[in-house]
Design a protein around this ligand. Structure first.
Ligand code: NAD
Length: 486
């Protein structure tokens, strides 16, 4: 993999490279460099050099590049989605879905001339007017995770450059191929060199961005320990930071829910993308009589889900990202059992004919998980659903609110009153009512709470414009004649 610095593809002089393997076949696809500090510096310098002209380019001209990018992404849609499935393992339909969401961010960012308007008031005192203007922040960087190689970088890039910033992406070293192809398309836009840059790598590359004095803002998406670390280090270095972390998303099922619909939606949420979504349902809390019906139906949905290579259109669930990840997930299932959970459906030791070297785990359901057990609080990030059973909605909400994460919480019910109580009381940032993956559309903020987010302004929508602009307030007097007398 090459880096893209100052409008050109550059081979890294990195001393270390990592293999990127197709998680279904274990074939090595490419090798990715761990870009060292001096090359990160070159990317920052290129972005900095481009900034002076780019910020003066009218927003109406800046967004023309985004219209072009949208057209190119649409034209190469299937080809990019295919790369995502090959490097990340999800099904082709899932890869297409995430790329569509990514493109929607490009579309919304074309509204920047309206979205970044300031406001003003005349005559705040006699003959004095006050204006709030938005200006770009400068050089900004984003560090992204493996599970959405196409979508998550596009949560940031379009808004950053539309607002007049120059941008550096550090994609996940586990899935660098999708963005490399997107940057091939970006290379065709005719953007001034340095406006958009890509550096591959892992911790050392990230640290170089966090420490660089010219980088003014950091966007991060990944696991909570790293999110917290990136937030602390970036802000200690005086940068603005928005860091989205991990999750352990609970769903409550009430007895008055449409059980068939709830089961289908929750199975898709838990096992879609092999459970490797920050909005995957990982805990279902059934209330009262909902328990037995839901348990039976979800066990059936888990046991019958078709697992295999995501390029096969019959397949509903692909592998997990790496062999280490598979091992970790299987050992966490074992830990759940040792803590007293009952394995209702066991997805360990899966072997898919023709893909014996792939990182496959079949859907797993753990029953009677104790809310105080360790397994109840850990983000497993695999196709594992834990079931808990309580007697009232209040008990269920208490379990939800005791958790350390707050990315998403959902309720299945046919009661408006229960739905209102739930959305009012629950401590999470993305709420679903009869929805399994409560992913905000791109004109809404992606609103994690608690240990799922560190910062103030989230990704997407108006928050993106807030994050990528500095506010400047101008108080202005133009008297007819200059005088010391007011
Ligand atoms: P990760 O934290 O391992 O890596 C994320 C990024 O951080 C990568 O680019 C990686 O190179 C870099 N990184 C890793 N360790 C680092 C370190 N010690 N210092 C500096 N940089 C480091 O996450 P992942 O495994 O790629 O992604 C899965 C995680 O992301 C899950 O926890 C998931 O919940 C979370 N996620 C959250 C959201 C959200 O919106 N909240 C969205 C997607 C994924």
């Amino acid at each position: 993999m090459l880096n893209y610095i100052g409008g050109a593809w550059k081979r890294s002089r990195a001393s270390e490279y990592l293999d990127v393997r197709n998680p279904a076949t274990a074939e090595t696809m490419v090798r990715v460099p761990l870009t060292p500090r001096d090359e990160v510096d070159a990317a920052v310098q290129a972005a900095h050099a481009a900034f002076a002209d780019w910020r003066q380019t009218p927003p109406t001209e800046r967004i023309q590049y985004l219209f072009k990018l949208k057209r190119l992404l649409d034209e190469h849609f299937d080809e990019i989605a295919l790369l995502t499935t090959q490097e990340c393992g999800k099904t082709l339909a899932e890869s297409q879905g995430e790329l569509r969401r990514g493109i929607e961010n490009v579309e919304v960012a074309t509204g920047i001339p309206s979205l970044m308007m300031g406001y003003n008031v005349e005559d705040i005192a006699h003959g004095i007017d006050e204006h709030m203007l938005r200006q770009p922040v400068g050089v900004v960087a984003a560090i992204t995770p493996f599970n959405f190689p196409g979508m998550i970088p596009l949560w940031f890039l379009p808004y950053a450059i539309a607002c007049g910033n120059c941008f550096i992406l550090k994609p996940s070293e586990k899935v660098p191929v999708t963005m490399s192809r997107v940057f091939d398309l970006i290379d065709q836009l005719g953007l001034p060199p340095g406006v958009v840059n890509l550096v591959n790598g892992a911790k050392e590359t990230v640290d170089a961005l966090l420490d660089h004095p010219t980088v003014r803002a950091i966007s991060f998406v990944g696991s909570s320990p790293v999110a917290k670390y990136v937030y602390s280090r970036a802000t200690a270095n005086g940068k603005r930071a928005q860091c989205s972390g991990g999750a352990k998303n609970p769903v409550i099922v009430l007895p008055d829910a449409d059980m068939e619909m709830a089961t289908r939606i929750i199975a898709d949420s838990s096992f879609g993308c092999a459970g490797q979504r920050c909005l995957a349902t990982s805990v279902t809390i059934t209330v009262g009589e909902a328990g037995s019906a839901f348990k039976e139906q979800i066990a059936n949905a888990a046991a019958t889900r078709k697992v295999g290579y995501g390029l096969d259109p019959q397949i509903e669930m692909g592998p997990v990202i790496t062999a280490e990840s598979k091992q970790r997930i299987e050992s966490l299932i074992g830990k759940g059992v040792s803590e007293g959970a009952r394995v209702l459906v066991d997805g360990r030791n899966a072997s898919i004919p023709g893909y014996e070297r792939g990182n496959f785990i079949r859907p797993t359901v753990l029953d009677n998980v104790d809310p105080r057990s360790e397994i109840a609080g850990i983000e497993i990030f695999g196709p594992v659903l834990s079931l808990m059973h309580v007697q009232t909605i209040d008990e269920a909400i208490d379990v939800v609110n005791a958790a350390s994460y707050g990315n998403m919480a959902c309720l299945f019910t046919s009661s408006g009153a229960a739905a209102r109580k739930f959305r009012y009381e629950v401590q999470a940032g993305n709420i679903g009512i009869n929805i399994g993956v409560a992913a905000p559309m791109v004109f809404f903020p992606f609103s994690g709470w608690k240990d799922s987010f560190f910062g103030d302004m989230h990704a997407q929508g108006r928050d993106a414009v807030e994050f990528y602009t500095e506010k400047k307030v101008v108080v202005e007097r133009w008297p007819r004649e200059w005088s010391r007398k007011f």
